[in-house]
Design a protein around this ligand. Structure first.
Ligand SMILES: [Zn+2]
Length: 306
């Protein structure tokens, strides 16, 4: 249809209206062994196809895979499992964070050159595959934003200005989403095009509110049972932002990134949020329209920037 907004997936552009229920922060293939030795690699396409079947069973349609080159992204495998399962997969790009950054590379190139690598991939696809990213990230930091992390954040900001792709961040355990927004903002990124990741690993409603007030998305994305904090506490974070009038700023995801998170390994897999967790939100007083806002409308707008 003329004028219809498209989102780039690993199998090509898809109309934004067809994205359906979206998980905005997941990892289908990943390698976190720089920090986590046991269960830190997910690299089994058959297993992931099975896990995605469970996602389809709860009505899921689209997964955003925020793995980058430096932590095990697999462009052709993403395309293969998307074709096998019918799930839309939006692939990330850019540079992750310490200690995953390839410092020789990141320190050698200018910020401009780093951004050009992202822009080239957006334009031509991942080398030898043609698979094109539909979002920048995850890119970010933990306790302190190091100089290398700041440089790749700035490169992500420049690449956003050139490509229009949303920037999704890793702001794990420490409340540095606001500093990330400031750095990206200095490169010309409107906060409405920024998703601040892992906000539910920072147990501060004041922080969540401050991020929402900038206009950025507040992503509660470690929703997988009692990971970090209890499910009750996490629902409290969501209810608090809704009460403050920020339902349009909230995103929900599982951040599956370790083998024990998978359904086959006793975890909650990719089907918890649209399954059991949605029931818990109903029990907590949300209505169906509000759940649709959180799981369909918000992630679509986060991807398209409309
Ligand atoms: Zn992360």
């Amino acid at each position: 249809m003329a004028g219809e907004t498209l989102v780039m997936t690993v199998t090509g552009p898809v109309p934004a209206g067809d994205l359906g229920k979206v998980l905005p922060h997941e990892h289908l293939f990943i390698n976190l062994t720089k920090q986590i030795m046991i269960g830190g690699v997910i690299n089994d396409a058959d297993l992931i196809a099975q896990e995605l079947a469970a996602f389809v069973e709860v009505g899921g349609r689209t997964i955003v895979d925020l793995t980058t080159n430096d932590n095990g992204r697999r462009a052709t495998w993403l395309r293969e499992v998307s074709q096998r399962t019918g799930v839309n997969i939006v692939m990330g790009c850019g540079y992750y964070r310490e200690p995953y950054l390839n410092r020789n590379h990141v320190d050698e190139l200018s910020i401009q050159e780093l951004s050009e690598e992202i822009i080239r991939e957006w334009r031509d696809g991942v080398a030898d595959t043609g698979v094109r990213p539909g979002i920048i990230g995850e890119v970010g930091s933990e306790q302190h934003i190091t100089s290398a992390e700041e440089r790749v954040l700035r490169a992500a900001g420049l690449a956003h200005v050139a490509t229009g792709l949303t920037v999704s961040t890793h702001a794990g355990r420490w409340p540095n989403g606001l500093a990330q927004i400031a750095i990206l903002g200095a490169e010309g990124v409107d906060p409405r095009r920024i998703v601040v990741g892992h906000c539910d690993t920072v147990p501060s409603p004041d922080y969540h509110e401050a991020v929402a007030r900038t206009g950025a998305y507040v992503e509660f994305d470690t929703i997988r049972g009692s990971s970090f904090y209890s499910t009750e506490r996490r629902i409290g974070f969501i209810l608090n932002l809704i009460r403050l009038g920020f339902i349009e700023r909230i995103l929900l995801s599982h951040d599956v990134c370790l083998v024990p998170h998978l359904l086959a390994e006793g975890g909650t897999g990719f089907s918890y949020i649209h399954g059991r967790f949605s029931e818990l939100l109903l029990e907590a007083g949300l209505n169906k329209a509000e759940i649709e806002q959180l799981t369909i409308i918000n992630p679509r707008l986060a991807l398209t920037g409309e």
